[in-house]
Design a protein around this ligand. Structure first.
Ligand code: HEC
Ligand code: HEC
Ligand code: HEC
Ligand code: HEC
Ligand code: HEC
Length: 456
């Protein structure tokens, strides 16, 4: 390609002259592009959605700050930028932090997974621990090939940002997959997705992270002259975690998490009587997630099934009946039939640890990623069946799957040893998954003794 560069006077004489290549942004211009507030001047809706998200909270989160501080102390600083490389990637890249211990003093623009952290990415060179390559060329990359011009940034189409390309999962996934410094593959959302049929290019039901986590609506995508209607993709990206301290749109995020959890699992409860014992069969399936459930920080998640049986007004049995404010793990020791999901980490001495820089091994029990009911084939591999038995008869059984984003005993450890504010622990929610709330009575059950009733 011939590059025609036009200089001042020459311009007058050269009639058909290509635009000169845009100059690389100056350091001042780059600093302005790294600030989400700049983006908000023309993309106010994107800014306000993002501002309440966990991406914005990632290096504000007091639990993150306390854990990183603990890790730095216990490893004598060896942890380095391991945690902040994902929780404040722009701060690491610009050298504003090396270990995350000074995050509180940094300008807001440096904190969290910012607009720039996703939109300046031009390549992904790995599958975990944030191998994203930034191009500091002033170009914002997105899913449109024909973005209108604006005076602040150039635009470019990128398949890493386009939901219709499996490559877009590499952008999200490489941060959503963690191998700890000891080589243990701790968080595997991306790997789980990769191993599922959602990533199979020949599967007509394949899907990417964006497709599920960034629902679209028709709108303008910039408040700027000359733009027309397009698809706006929601940047709230609710998952499981919510802000535990005052933060924008806290209630909105919490409601979005609830909504998303409400349709993730399907559940069925069957109750029978063998003359001595009430026998229960709980059937579960992961219907909604494009990976395991729970996923991500599974060593911190506490998910379990609560089941309570009554005869008349008398409580006959319960499992998983965890009181508010009580760690789920306390009950587990005395409740042998309790069904839980998540992972436990062990250190080199074989002791349970919550410090993920010390983990040499984890044991996990998760609902596997859904196998889309492909062309009518249901292999049954992703169903889970649990059989339970309790003495005595009942005429009413209630069940629900419950989830705490983080175990209360982990937070207590951080309160005791890192000075974490106890208010953070008090703010930790417990979600009930709507689709798993079932009430069994003989009248409500179908011929097989199950609810929801399939046939009556
Ligand atoms: C002066 C206004 C303005 C500012 C400030 C601005 N943008 Fe834009 N941006 C636009 C316009 C106009 C478009 C094109 C909209 C269209 O074509 O519908 C756009 C498009 C985009 C696209 C889509 C690109 C594509 O090809 O798919 C992304 C992504 C984007 N902007 C991100 C950002 C980010 C991140 C920031 C902050 C660093 C930012 N913008 C700041 C005006 C602006
Ligand atoms: C630069 C690394 C990075 C990239 C790229 C990234 N994320 Fe995240 N994401 C994070 C971090 C860090 C958090 C957790 C913040 C916290 O809770 O402290 C997070 C949180 C989330 C959550 C909420 C999880 C929870 O625990 O509630 C969802 C959902 C999510 N990201 C989806 C995505 C999607 C979809 C993409 C791609 C469009 C993406 N992420 C790209 C780092 C990243
Ligand atoms: C975690 C990564 C991530 C972060 C953080 C992020 N974006 Fe995006 N953004 C995306 C992805 C991915 C798309 C494209 C979605 C698609 O087309 O599948 C997108 C699309 C866009 C678009 C094009 C219109 C649309 O909705 O598709 C604009 C404009 C935009 N983002 C602006 C912003 C602004 C402004 C911020 C910060 C306030 C921001 N983004 C933060 C990942 C991110
Ligand atoms: C088929 C839809 C679908 C796809 C594809 C998908 N997800 Fe999810 N994801 C869900 C659902 C449903 C949940 C569970 C509900 C919730 O946590 O809000 C979830 C939960 C999550 C969570 C919170 C998990 C937890 O337990 O802490 C993260 C983080 C996440 N997804 C990231 C990703 C990433 C990264 C990708 C791509 C590699 C991806 N998702 C692909 C639907 C999907
Ligand atoms: C490869 C990127 C990456 C690295 C490295 C990383 N994180 Fe995260 N972190 C995430 C993502 C992504 C999430 C969102 C959780 C999910 O997947 O559900 C998260 C969530 C969290 C959360 C809130 C959610 C929870 O319940 O655990 C805390 C706290 C946290 N990380 C602490 C840390 C600490 C401390 C370190 C270093 C020892 C660290 N992280 C290293 C990406 C990373």
């Amino acid at each position: 390609m011939i590059r025609v560069v036009c200089f001042g006077l020459a311009m007058v004489f050269v009639m058909a002259c290509e635009d000169p290549e845009p100059l690389p942004p100056t350091p001042e211009e780059l600093a302005r592009l790294m600030d989400p507030q700049t983006c908000g001047e023309c993309h106010p809706a994107h800014l306000s959605e993002w501002a309440g998200s966990m991406h914005a909270y990632a290096s504000e989160d007091p639990v993150f700050l306390a854990m990183n501080a603990k890790g730095q102390r216990e490893t004598g600083g060896q942890l380095g930028s391991f945690c902040v490389q994902c929780h404040a990637p722009v701060a690491v890249r610009t050298g504003a932090t090396t270990d995350g211990l000074n995050l509180a003093e940094l300008p807001a623009a440096m904190k969290g997974v910012t607009c720039y952290a996703c939109h300046a990415v031009s390549a992904v060179e790995g599958s975990h621990n944030n191998p994203l390559v930034f191009s500091d060329d002033g170009v914002m990359r997105g899913g449109f090939a024909d973005a209108a011009e604006n005076p602040v940034h150039a635009s470019s189409y990128s398949n890493l940002h386009d939901r219709d390309h499996l490559a877009s999962a590499d952008l999200c996934g490489s941060c959503h997959d963690i191998v700890n410094p000891l080589g243990v593959h701790l968080e595997q959302t991306y790997k789980e997705w990769k191993d599922s049929l959602f990533s199979d290019p020949t599967n007509p039901d394949r899907s990417t992270c964006n497709r599920c986590h960034m629902p679209g609506r028709t709108d303008v995508i910039a408040d700027y002259e000359g733009v027309s209607l397009r698809r706006h993709h929601d940047h709230r990206m609710p998952g499981v975690d919510v802000a535990l301290t005052p933060f924008p749109d806290r209630e909105g995020q919490r409601a979005a998490v609830q909504l998303s959890l409400d349709t993730t699992l399907s559940a069925r409860l069957c109750v029978g009587w063998d003359g001595e014992n009430t026998r229960l069969l709980v059937q579960m399936e992961n219907m909604g997630a494009g990976h395991a459930w729970p996923s991500g920080a599974v060593q911190d998640r506490r998910a379990w099934i609560e089941i309570i049986g009554h005869e008349g007004d008398t409580l006959r049995f319960s499992t998983g009946q965890v009181a508010d404010g009580e760690p789920m793990t306390n009950l587990k020791a005395e409740d042998p039939q309790m069904i839980t999901f998540g992972a436990t980490g062990y250190d080199a001495e074989g002791n349970v640890t919550h410090d993920f820089w010390d983990m040499v091994r984890t044991e996990s029990d998760l609902m596997p990623s859904p196998i889309p009911h492909l062309r009518g084939i249901d292999t049954g591999e992703n169903h889970r069946n649990y059989n339970l038995s309790f003495p005595g008869a009942v005429d009413r059984v209630e069940m629900r799957v419950r989830l705490r984003p983080m175990g209360l005993e982990i937070l207590q450890e951080l309160i005791d040893h890192e000075g974490l504010d106890p208010a953070v622990k008090a703010a930790m929610p417990t979600f009930d998954l709507g689709s798993t709330r079932l009430v069994w009575t003989p009248e409500a059950a179908d011929q097989s003794g199950c609810v929801p009733a399939l046939s009556r």
